[in-house]
Structure formats: C-alpha cells, structure tokens
Write a protein that binds this ligand. Structure first.
Ligand code: ASP
Length: 353
C-alpha cells in the first residue's frame, strides 16, 4: 500500500516536530472513520474505496504540518462508514468531548467523520456540548489514497479553526474546502464535489485561508452553553422517524412508525410543508385513534426556507420545523422528547434552536 508507506514516512517527520508542538495550543482529534480515513485500490479510485480504513493516529501522523499549529492528541471513537453510526455513538462522542473540554488546557476539538451523516453529528454536538470552545467536524470527499485527496488540508484547516479564539461561542462548526459553516444551517448538497457542505440561503460563517481563520458572522440560534439539553447521563434517546411527501403516498406508513415504537415523526412536506389529503387523513386517523400518539413535526422536502405554522396544520398538532431540514429536525425532536411531551414546549424548542 503505497500511500500507507507515505503516511508512515511522514510520521518520522512528525516526530521531529513533536517538541515544537508542546508549547502550542492543545487540540484533541476524535476520529470516527469516513472517506477522510478511506482507502482505495488505486490513486484514481474515487468511488469504490472503503471508508474508515486509517486510524485517526495515522491521519495525524501523516500530516506533519499539524505540529506547527497545535499539540495534537487523538482518540479513536469508531472507524466506520458514517451511515453506520448509531445514537449510542453520538452519546459516546458527546460525552467524551464534554469530558475533554472540562480540561481548561484544551483549546478545542476536531471530529473526523464521514460526510454522509456529518451534518447530523455536527448538529447533535451543537446541541449537547457544554462548552463554548470550538468543536469542529471535518471530512473529505476523496479517500486518503486518492490523487488530490482533500482530507489532509481539510484536517489541517479544522485544527486551525479549533485552536482559533475567534471560533469560540459559535457552536459546532463544519470545516471543509477552506470554508467554515455552522452545524445548524449546513447540509451535504452534492454527491461527489469537494464543495459539498453548504448553507445555501444563510451562507457560510467564514474562510480558512493561508494567512488566517477569517469569520464574518455568527449563529444566533441556541447552542452549546445555551442549550437546555443534557445527554451526559443518557444511554439512549427516544426514537423519531422521518417520512417524506410524494404524489399518491401511503398513509398507513404513519401507523407503521408508531407501531415500530417511534415517539415522534418528522414529516417532510412539499413546498412550505404542504400535505396531500391522503397524508392529512393518515395523520388525523393516527392522532385521533386509541393508540400511542407521536409528536409530529413538519419540515419541507425542498431543503431550504422556513416552515411556518399555519392555523390548519397547528390545529392538527403539527409543529413547524422552522428552517431545520428533516434529518436535523429529527435530532432536535429526539432531544426535546428527553425533556417533555408537551406540544407547546416542543413548539417553543423548535422556535429557539
Ligand atoms: N462517502 C462518505 C464520506 O464522504 C462515507 C461516509 O460518510 O463515511 O465520508
């Protein structure tokens, strides 16, 4: 494995820089796998590679330039395709980050992650980390073995943001492609391009350029130290399912989720969160029936813009997701359900986060 040898060779260089790193800010790298740690059969293998093959330690040792900007410590949480992450993994990651940031010597943390579910983990950390120090989630679109792999520069930039005092108080951040984005507003927008993470309407927070980490705006929705959610003692979260609107839907899917034990359902309606008659009837039947009644949140399948609570949908018990996409509304609903079942309270939570 040619590239693996290259990584080991670079580790020797890194050893030379270790002493200089000791007086640098301390940044912890939590490694979870993904394409940034992926390995392909050749340098041109960009789609048949296997995610989660190199450890975080190998990625860090393969990037001697990191020693110029920070003292790095690494912890491997899992090493997998990000699609295979579990809620238990989120709880472990959040707990370890909280424990790590309790040490005042730590400037910030970086999480290396697969891009497929990166935005979900970033939003979960945005709501559950109890520190204003930077939590930066980073991935790559090309495996570590590829020509022009984007992982090494992304990782260097993530560490530069994690050690930056300007990144404090901005919640969890996503750093890729030299851009800094807010966890809440950012989504994976395209399948293979390196500029995949975008907050299309609200825009990025800043750039990571050669000269400096440059911020231009800050998120105002509640996060981290202002979040009311505390998962440190939890082993699991209430389950929430997502359904997606399309022409001639099958309303019995609502009941199927309830039967499967979901305590909440996020429904991604069309346009500004519109439901067809079949869908409205399916929800009415479920909410009026004798069985368990999930809390319903209404998002939009457009992926952009706000869903506003119209009277008709509010009367039906649907809580608007505001501008959260369905996968992020699901996370907020899971966390909300750890505290309350009261629809009024959950409505407040969706207005504030
Ligand atoms: N293709 C994904 C990535 O870009 C794999 C994953 O999410 O683990 O990282």
């Amino acid at each position: 494995m040619r590239s693996f040898k290259a990584i080991l060779a670079a580790a020797l260089l890194f050893a030379g820089g270790a002493q200089a790193a000791a007086d640098k800010p301390l940044v912890w790298v939590f490694s979870t796998g993904g394409t940034i740690a992926g390995s392909g059969s050749s340098p041109t293998d960009m789609s048949n590679y296997t995610a989660g093959q190199f450890t975080g330690e190998q990625l860090v040792r393969g990037l001697p330039q990191l020693a110029d900007v920070a003292e790095i410590k690494v912890e491997q949480v899992v090493n997998i395709l990000s699609n295979d992450l579990t809620v238990a993994d989120w709880l472990t990651l959040s707990r370890r980050i909280n424990e790590t940031l309790a040490d005042p010597r730590v400037a910030g943390v970086v999480v290396t992650h697969g891009t497929n579910t990166l935005e979900e983990t970033a939003y979960f950390l945005n709501l559950t980390v109890k520190s204003d120090r930077p939590v930066v989630v980073v991935g790559a679109m090309r495996p570590a073995t590829a020509i022009s792999a984007d992982g090494p520069l992304n990782l260097l930039n993530a560490v530069r943001v994690a050690r930056s005092p300007d990144a404090k108080g901005k919640g969890a951040l996503i750093v890729m492609n030299d851009e800094i984005n807010a966890a809440r507003d950012t989504t994976k927008t395209t399948t293979y391009r390196v500029e995949t993470f975008r907050a299309p309407e609200l825009g990025m927070l800043g750039y990571v350029d050669e000269d400096k980490v440059a911020f231009y705006r800050t998120p105002v929705k509640r996060h981290t130290v202002n979040s009311e959610f505390d998962v440190r003692a939890l082993k699991t979260l209430p389950t929430v399912g997502v359904l997606y609107s399309y022409v001639e839907p099958r309303p019995e899917l609502f009941q199927a989720l309830v039967k499967a034990g979901d305590k909440g359902i996020v429904f991604a309606g069309t346009g500004a969160g519109a439901l067809s008659k079949l869908e409205r009837d399916g929800i009415d039947e479920m909410l009026k029936g004798k069985g368990a009644k999930p809390v319903m949140v209404l998002a939009s399948r457009t992926g952009n813009g706000r869903v506003i609570g119209t009277k008709e949908y509010s009367d039906r018990g649907l809580i608007p997701a505001d501008s959260l996409n369905a996968q992020k509304a699901r996370i907020l609903l899971m966390l909300a359900l750890t505290k309350t079942q009261d629809p009024k309270e959950i409505r407040r939570i969706f207005a504030e986060y």
